[in-house]
Design a protein around this ligand. Structure first.
Ligand code: APR
Ligand code: PHB
Length: 392
């Protein structure tokens, strides 16, 4: 039996769990992390890569932004396109100088993991939590398995940062939360390709053939997505078909899409999910454990980091000022930002995806919104300030 003792027991070594651990350490609060998967698996998992200004600032404060600053790309605007009509929303003048940075999520995870282990801290990989016990007492426990052995973490608090499929949410008492879930009638086929980006900033495009997004990872690697049906499969798409479709959907005058070898291809469903209570007794949920947003606003990772910020505020107040006030209100505070992000992600998703026939009522509303962005600084500002992330 492995027996660990700490102040905050953390389940999950994704962006939420790792950031929480490092931030607590900075406040002098101890924690240990257990992670279901192997280190290789977690560090290779390809996901979105858009970091809000807040997230970059937090990584910088935690001392884990050296590579991010070197390899990440700061963007000062974003292109929005509607059937070939492309406009740019500049962040600087609309948000008072806030920006986004493009840096792959798995790179963030690598940097956070390295920093945690470099400090000699405990992180067990291939150690799934199997039960969370005694959350209504002052000494909750996390039970886990590791290399054929059973283990237990005795802690003051449990932070379930264990993603959508983790056991954190399932360990909340039944009836302690309400669930909201929307599944969109389309998915994203995403690719990584060995080719220089065709645009220095992201392009979100509505097209009558469906949504497309141009993003990037570096000067040599492009990341692109197209809307496909929910029952579509990667095998249905040859590389040529994908590039042809991207060229049409992203196309505008005097612009050409560069093509190159595709080395990653996967389909992601689009959904909005959240629960309206993220804590019970001494159990706290953060990140994907409590909410999923469709990736169109680039909010998933940033929302997880925002939860962590509020959770750190709560734990700091408890340990440094002997007050439970902020912890007691954690869920209420975090949910305000989550609702905002849900709304913005839904707005971006429904604005740019094709869900009804060209010329239909839905289409006309999409077109009206796009025209309004073009003509109204106020509306463009709404998009820019949500996209770069509202200040805490
Ligand atoms: N025991 C231990 N670890 C677990 C368990 C368990 N029972 N269940 C899940 N995990 C681990 C997963 O293997 C994963 O590594 O928890 C981790 C959760 O990490 P993420 O899924 O990355 O979630 P989070 O840290 O909240 O980050 C949110 O991830 O899904 C993206 O778009 C989302 O960018 C957002 C970010
Ligand atoms: C990405 O680069 O993977 C990315 C960027 C913006 C999004 C979603 C994904 O909205």
């Amino acid at each position: 039996m492995i027996n660990l003792k700490t102040q905050v027991g953390i389940i999950g070594a994704g962006p939420a769990g790792l950031t929480l651990a490092l931030w607590l350490k900075k406040q002098g609060i101890s924690s240990v992390i257990i992670e279901h998967r192997s280190r290789e698996y977690v560090e290779a998992r390809v996901r979105a890569g858009l970091l809000e200004q807040n997230t970059v600032d937090i990584m910088t404060d935690l001392g884990v932004a050296v590579r991010l600053k070197k390899e990440g790309q700061e963007h000062h605007g974003v292109y929005l396109s509607f059937n070939g009509d492309r406009i740019r929303v500049p962040f600087g003048e609309l948000t008072g100088g806030r920006n986004i940075t493009i840096y792959g999520q798995q790179e963030v995870v690598k940097d956070l993991t390295n920093e945690w282990l470099r400090g000699g801290e405990t992180l067990l990989f291939e150690a799934p939590a199997i039960k969370i016990a005694n959350i209504d007492t002052d000494s909750p426990e996390i039970h886990f398995e590791h290399q054929g052995e059973l283990g237990r973490i005795d802690c003051d608090f449990v932070a379930a940062c264990d993603g959508f499929h983790g056991i954190g949410r399932k360990s909340m008492p039944s009836g302690s939360y309400k669930e909201f879930s929307v599944t969109y009638p389309y998915s994203w086929l995403g690719i990584l390709a060995n080719v220089a980006p065709s645009s220095e900033e992201l392009i979100y495009a509505y097209h009558e053939r469906g949504f497309a997004l141009h993003s990037l990872r570096s000067d040599k690697i492009s990341r692109l997505y197209i809307q496909v049906d929910n029952d579509d499969r990667e095998e249905n798409w040859t590389d040529e078909m994908i590039w042809d479709e991207l060229a049409i959907r992203l196309g505008t005058k005097d612009w050409e899409l560069k093509r190159g070898p595709i080395f990653e291809k996967s389909i992601t469903p689009m959904r909005s999910y959240f629960i309206d209570n993220m804590q019970s007794g001494r159990l706290f949920l953060a990140g994907d454990a409590a909410h999923i947003v469709p990736p169109t606003g680039g909010k998933g990772l940033n929302l997880a980091i925002a939860d962590v910020k509020h959770l750190v505020d709560g734990f700091s107040d408890y340990y440094l000022h002997q007050s439970k006030e902020k912890l007691d209100h954690y869920s209420e505070i975090a949910l305000k930002r989550i609702w905002r992000a849900q709304d913005f992600s839904n707005f971006m998703t429904t604005l740019f995806h094709k869900s009804d026939a060209h010329g239909s009522f839905t289409y006309q509303l999409q077109k009206a919104k796009f025209d309004y962005i073009k003509s109204s600084k106020a509306y463009a500002t709404m998009i820019a300030e949500n996209y770069v992330g509202l200040p805490f």
